[in-house]
Ligand binder design. Structure first.
Ligand SMILES: [Zn+2]
Length: 409
């Protein structure tokens, strides 16, 4: 059975590129190169030699009867001490799809892409290869990057035959492909499928994110001498806001649309046990799959913070830290994905992706869908990352079924 072969290949790759602490396929480093060399040998057994584009992405092609192309993508790179499935699952299942069609010329061309530096674990820029290919990467945003020991990105790239200033030429490579669909299989990296006790999920898209810093300014005062009604306590305003922000996320959560909201940092000044806090800063991170819902959540968050500020007689200022639009996937591919998942597992739970994936970069360019595999204990980016083998086998089977449907459809 082909799912077994995928799992045994994954175990072989893990044995070759992991230590006792987990996977060590850090992008642009020697272990990552070893993983790619190992994968190239696998491709060679199918008579395929991959091409490397200007951004270092590796493309394996199985020509079909037409130039219309179904792209299967993921990444071989990992974070330091990473899991055995993150990225590798998608690439190895893509390999199995190539093998599946090897001896029966498919009606369309199949390409498996191993995106370079999806994780951004070394230089801090995730989706490096796929964003260069999609055109969303600004060279100016990455040219100054260096890793922890001072190696510059530009030098690490050059060591791997990639010229930073020419990475954007990967766009030409991608544009030359007559893409019918982009499919990606990935481990969920969260607890939703586990909570539902389902092996496989249909991904609706990647979340949009609104990330802000809220600064409340009141008046620091002596805690012993300042009566409660006379205080301008910035912390209490921030705390009331945080509770309000949680309610906003709860209100907008439906079984079809899960949204999230997190206050992840809090800074209080002067930070003395005997002083009423005069200044308090909190972070806000809101995520939703619908741009309309996200905009509404953001507007309501502003209102909640202003109300809390008023009630505590303090001022509040907002500063945007980062923002990205939601990237909803293609409705027809979502339906095909749901059919494939249902046929293999009996049910097709839909869920959004919290983390970003290379698939998000492809959304403006072609129809895209992703499939998720169950994450044990919701863990990823660590050596404990796992999918129980029967669940893993079912997910691989469902993904290959999806490929079959899209290739034939
Ligand atoms: Zn990944």
């Amino acid at each position: 059975m082909s799912a077994r072969d995928v799992i045994s290949n994954l175990r072989e790759l893990a044995a070759l590129t992991s230590t006792a602490d987990g996977a060590q396929r850090l992008a642009w480093g020697p272990v990552w190169r070893e993983a790619r060399a190992w994968f190239n040998q696998k491709l060679n057994t199918l008579g395929i030699t991959p091409e490397i584009d200007a951004a270092g992405n590796s493309w394996a092609t199985l020509p079909g009867a037409s130039a219309r192309t179904v792209i299967i993508g993921s990444h071989l790179d990992s974070v330091p001490n990473g899991g055995w499935l993150d990225g590798a699952l998608g690439v190895m299942t893509g390999f199995e799809a190539l093998r599946m069609f090897k001896d029966r010329r498919p009606p369309v061309t199949l390409k498996v892409v191993d995106w370079a530096d999806e994780e951004g674990a070394r230089f801090g820029r995730s989706l490096l290869g796929s964003s260069a290919a999609s055109g969303s990467l600004q060279i100016s945003e990455v040219e100054g990057l260096a890793d922890k020991i001072g190696t510059r990105l530009v030098d690490a790239l050059r060591e791997n035959g990639v010229e930073l200033t020419r990475m954007h030429e990967a766009q030409t490579f991608l544009k030359a492909i007559d893409a019918k669909a982009y499919l990606e299989l990935h481990i969920e990296q969260g607890p939703v499928l586990e909570t539902l006790n389902k092996p496989t999920g249909v991904v609706q898209g990647t979340f949009g994110v609104e990330r802000h810093l809220l600064r409340f300014v009141g008046q620091a005062a002596h805690s012993g001498s300042t009566p409660i009604p006379l205080r301008r306590d910035a912390f209490l305003a921030a705390a009331e806001s945080a509770l309000g922000l949680r309610e906003i996320a709860k209100r907008h959560t439906t079984p079809e649309a899960r949204v999230v909201c997190t206050v992840g940092t809090v800074k209080v000044e002067p930070g003395i046990v005997t002083a009423v806090p005069g200044v308090c800063e909190i972070s806000l991170d809101q995520r939703a799959l619908s741009a309309m819902v996200l905009a509404k959540m953001l507007a309501e968050a502003r209102q909640a913070s202003e109300r809390a500020a008023r009630d505590n007689n303090v001022a509040v200022e907002w500063k945007r830290l980062w923002q990205i639009d939601p990237r909803p996937f293609d409705p027809n591919l979502i339906a095909a994905c749901a059919d494939a998942v249902r046929e293999v597992t009996g049910d097709a739970p839909h869920l959004p992706s919290g983390p970003l994936h290379d698939a998000a970069e492809m959304v403006p360019l072609m129809p895209v869908v992703m499939m998720f595999a169950y994450s044990s204990n919701g863990l990823s980016h660590c050596k404990e990352e796992d999918t129980p083998e029967p669940h893993l086998a079912k997910t691989i089977e469902a993904f290959l079924k999806l490929v079959e449907k899209v290739v034939q459809g």
